[in-house]
Design a protein around this ligand. Structure first.
Ligand code: FPP
Length: 258
């Protein structure tokens, strides 16, 4: 079979989700390597981030077409504030531009946008744009795009612990009632399924404080290309790798013939 035929077949199989080909319901992505992509070309880092936004557009479109229900993207971590002021300005400007330019298209494509992370410290106009994106798209029932912005998983778990502590303090909950399930229901987006697969580009192999609680049984796929080079084929490749994994959730491999 030719490469083209294989790639078409993969695409059809992925689109057919639910018929045994196992399209992941929730894909989360650590979009890494923008700076190195730019440095390898002698370009300023911001150019890597700009190209990163283009890769994001392609990925959102591909995820919708492939029948993925939830796509979570790590856009800015709680730790990214330690970068030079000029780079932070560039990243905030790109987020503004992304929402202003792409929100109407996302809405037209039936994408439902949600945002996770700490909003209080963000500039007022960014907070307003994030709220506008959530509000405009809240009734859409296509792809759910979860934008992790000013997000850190330890901070999210601490927020959940704080919510539980308050309930105990107010007498609405006993400390003995706190279970993993209850804690999960106090995370920022308790109704979302855990990611089936977390993809990280750039060859780095770590989670960097991304979705630590939700990643307990996620498959991790590390892709050796920089984020600006990521596209539909790369997403399909990562999903094909996910499908080769055997998910056991702590149990045993399913036995056949007995
Ligand atoms: C990692 O590359 C990427 C980021 C810190 C930000 C991801 C941002 C985008 C894809 C563009 C912005 C999108 C929105 C919606 C704001 P890096 O800078 O850590 O690369 P490096 O590790 O090679 O230096």
């Amino acid at each position: 079979m030719s490469d083209a035929a294989i790639s078409t077949k993969t695409s059809q199989q992925l689109q057919s989700g639910g018929d045994g080909f196992d399209t992941p319901r929730h894909v989360a992505i650590i979009m890494d390597g923008n700076g190195r992509w730019a440095a390898a070309r002698g370009l300023p880092r911001v150019e890597g981030h700009r190209r990163g936004v283009e890769a994001l557009r392609k990925t959102v479109r591909a995820a919708s077409e492939l029948g993925i229900s939830v796509l979570t993207i790590f856009s800015f971590s709680s730790e990214n504030w330690s970068r030079p002021q000029s780079e932070i300005r560039d990243l905030l400007a790109l987020l503004r531009r992304f929402i202003r330019n792409d929100l109407a298209d996302l809405h037209k494509s039936n994408v439902h946008v949600r945002v996770i992370g700490e909003r209080e410290d963000l500039p007022t106009d960014i907070r307003a744009l994030l709220e506008e994106a959530e509000d405009l798209t809240k009734h859409n029932d296509g792809l759910m795009l979860v934008v992790a912005f000013n997000y850190g998983a330890r901070q999210e778990i601490a927020r959940a612990a704080r919510r539980l502590a308050l309930e105990v303090l107010e007498g609405r909950l006993s400390a003995d009632d706190i279970t993993p399930d209850l804690l999960a229901r106090h995370l920022d987006q308790p109704d979302l399924p855990d990611p089936d697969v977390i993809i990280r580009t750039s060859g780095e192999q770590r989670l960097s404080n991304f979705l630590l609680w939700q990643a307990a049984y996620s498959e991790l796929v590390f892709v050796p290309i920089y984020w600006p080079d990521f596209d539909r084929a790369a997403l399909e490749g990562a999903i094909a790798e996910y499908r080769r994994r055997e998910r056991r959730f702590g149990g045993l491999i399913a036995q056949t013939g007995s």
